[in-house]
Every structure is written in C-alpha cells, then in structure tokens.
Design a binder for this molecule. Structure first.
Ligand SMILES: Nc1nc2c(ncn2[C@@H]2O[C@H](COP(=O)(O)OP(=O)(O)OP(=O)(O)O)[C@@H](O)[C@H]2O)c(=O)[nH]1
Ligand SMILES: [Mg+2]
Length: 365
C-alpha cells in the first residue's frame, strides 16, 4: 500500500509541505515503504510539525454498518482520565461493543494496585453508562499486558473488525506497536509522539483473521496540552513512575505548581496536600500574603513556566473555592497537568487559567 504513509495514515501528496502526507517525489520513488516528511522528522528529530488542516470525520467510524461488525477499543490515559474520554463522540459509545484500555499504568503501578484501580474504574465507567466487555489496565512497558490484550482481541466471539479510538496522545498507536511486535519483530511501526495529533488518518492492519484500525485521536479542549508548546508540554508529561509529593500545610500557606496552578490553603487545621504531577516540576511553597504581595518577583525568578506567550493563550487566571469534608478524600484535577488529593475539613482556593478545566472527583489513589 504505497499510497498512504504507514506512520500516520495520510495519503501521500507531493505539493504542499504544510498539509498531511507531504513527501518529495524522489524519496517516494526510492523507498519501498516511504514515510511522509512529518513522520520522518518526528522519528528522527523529535520535531513534529503541526499540520494546518485536519478534518477526520469520526462519524464514519460509527456508521450503522460498522457498528454491526466492529469491536471498539476505547483507550484512556490514566493520568488524564477525564480528559481522555472523547466527548464529542461520546453519544456513540453507549450502544457499541466496547473494550476499555486504561493506559499508562506504569506511572501509577507502584502507588495503586490493579485491583483497587479496577474497582475505581468500574464505578467510574458505570456512571457513564457504557456497556463495555471489560476494562484492561495496561502499560506499553509491561509485556504481559500486550499478551492479555492479544488474547482478548483474538476471541472468536468478538467482532473481526476492531477500531482503536480515543483522545489524542492517550497511546493508541503505541499499544498497537507493542501488540504487533509480539508477533512480528519487523513490523513497520506506527509513528508515535508526545504531542497532539500524531496519527492523521485511519491505519488498517491485518491481525490474524481480524482487521485492526488505528484512528486519529480526538483533540480535547480545555487541557494544558492545547496551549503549551512541545517543549513545555514535554516538561509537564510524566515519563517515569510518579512520586507523590506530600506537603504538610497550615492555613495561610500557598503552593505554586510552577505558574500552572496556585493552591491557597484558606481554612482548616494543618493537613497534607498530596501532589501527583511530573516528578521534576517546580513546586514553590510560601505564605499566602507573600504570594499576593510578591507575585511579580516570584514570576520573574521562580515561577518560570508557562512562558508569557503560553499564558496569553491560556487566558486570564480564575479562582475556584474547593471545600473538603472531614471524612472526604477528593482530587482536584487540572486537566493535562495532574491532580492534588485533599484530606480533612478544609477550604482551598485554586487559581488556574480560564481555558483549563479544573474540577474535583472522588480520590483515585
Ligand atoms: N508512560 C507511558 N507512556 C505511554 C504509554 N503508552 C503511550 N505512551 C506515550 O504517550 C505518548 C502518545 O502516544 P501515541 O501512541 O502517539 O498516542 P496516540 O493515542 O496514538 O495519539 P494520536 O495519534 O495523536 O491520536 C507517547 O509519548 C508515548 O510514548 C504507556 O503505557 N506508558
Ligand atoms: Mg496515534
């Protein structure tokens, strides 16, 4: 199939480097399995060029005809669970055979057991009314997970056409690379990257007597990924197991997660705030009065990210008051950045940007 790039699924074209599928005629003719320029650069220079036009129509995945003969594998990112659900397409997910893969478990495997997480996810997804066949807690770094996935996908009682769907960057293509590498060491890998919109069109792969189709991830608004450049996004993305960072705070104290989020402890007794964010992110602890009075100098010397340009895109800062009850344990989530777990009877003011979703949920860990 030489008309499509095996890395991203785009149809090749020789005219416009700013559109998907661009390749020079020379390279196209030289290579048996050519890669478009964007995939080539992503793989070799870690530099994925943003493509100007992108208009994959997700409705075609869910036509009546497809629904009758397909299994849908919904991949979610455990570290950004709520934001990795594909809400624009959510309406379709209620009446289709669904397997859920909760990916990137390696980031949390040392702090929450599979059993505990499974119960949490069961409760979480039952609220959404999906009729899923199972939830597979998964990591691309755990080979046994790929073996389990293979076993499920090859089940004779499940459809022969299998769509991998989900938000961008949750790891759909990475999972498929692992799955295919189990069987064929020379498998020509799909391009993956830690940024939005790596896969640009359907990629069809034969898998024993079945067909697996990788799809471009849906871009979600209101998450940090949409407003940060690649370099900053890389800094906030955990790649190693997350080390929870515990802060014992008194009321009147403030925690800055660089300049992404500010947590002001307003009311309550001394308590612990547990942060689940990228291990190297800069956290600054100070007094609330000092934070207010000296913000400009803190910004200049300590709170360097996001950059001024990124801040403009993120919008103005918003304040949210979060109340936690005595027996309650809840997470405050900052979409795309991570979460903080709150304990005890307290009130916390959370400051974040207007374009980022900030919300609470029952504590995951
Ligand atoms: N820690 C961890 N990272 C993962 C895992 N799976 C994927 N990733 C990383 O997640 C990022 C996105 O992976 P992709 O496979 O490109 O994601 P995708 O869902 O195909 O993204 P689109 O093609 O944009 O829809 C990459 O940096 C991967 O290395 C995992 O199990 N654990
Ligand atoms: Mg992909």
């Amino acid at each position: 199939m030489k008309n499509k790039c095996v890395g991203c699924g785009s149809i090749f074209q020789f005219e416009n480097p700013d559109l998907p599928g661009y390749i020079t005629k020379e390279v196209y003719e030289q290579r048996e399995v050519p890669l478009c320029m964007r995939c080539f650069r992503t793989r070799h220079y870690n530099d994925d060029k943003q493509i100007a036009t992108f208009d994959f129509d997700y409705r075609k995945i869910f036509t009546k005809e497809n629904v009758k003969k397909s299994l849908y594998v919904l991949v979610v990112d455990l570290f950004d669970l709520d934001h990795s659900l594909i809400f624009q397409e959510e309406q379709y997910l209620h009446n289709v055979p669904l397997l859920i893969i909760a990916n990137k478990y390696d980031l949390l495997s040392h702090i929450i057991s599979k059993d505990k997480l499974y119960s949490y996810l069961q409760k979480y997804f039952s609220k959404l009314n999906y009729s899923y066949i199972d939830i597979l807690i998964y990591s691309i770094y755990h080979k046994e997970d790929s073996l389990t996935l293979q076993e499920i996908l090859l089940r004779q009682d499940l459809p022969k056409q299998i769509y991998f769907i989900g938000a961008t960057n949750v790891g759909k293509s990475s999972i498929l690379n692992q799955l295919f590498k189990l069987n064929n060491k020379d498998f020509y890998e799909i391009t993956t990257s830690n940024y939005m919109q790596t896969t640009l069109d359907e990629i069809r792969l034969s898998f024993y007597e079945k067909t697996i189709i990788d799809t471009p991830g849906v871009v979600r608004g209101n998450s940090f990924v949409n407003y940060l450049d690649k370099k900053t996004f890389d800094k906030i993305t955990p790649k190693k197991p997350i080390k929870p960072r515990v802060y014992q705070l008194n009321p009147g104290q403030t925690l800055f997660i660089d300049d992404f989020v500010q947590l002001n402890f307003i009311k309550g007794n001394k308590t612990s705030f547990i942060l689940y964010i990228e291990n190297n992110l800069n956290i600054h602890r100070t007094k609330l009065e000092y934070a207010q009075a000296k913000y400009a100098s803190l910004k200049k010397n300590v709170l360097k990210l996001p950059t001024i340009l990124e801040q403009k895109l993120l919008g103005k800062k918003m304040k949210y008051l979060v109340k936690n009850n005595l027996d309650q344990k809840q997470d405050v989530v900052f979409a795309g950045l991570g979460f903080v777990t709150l304990h005890g009877e307290i009130e916390v003011e959370v400051i974040c940007y207007e374009n980022i979703d900030v919300y609470t949920r029952e504590a995951m860990i």
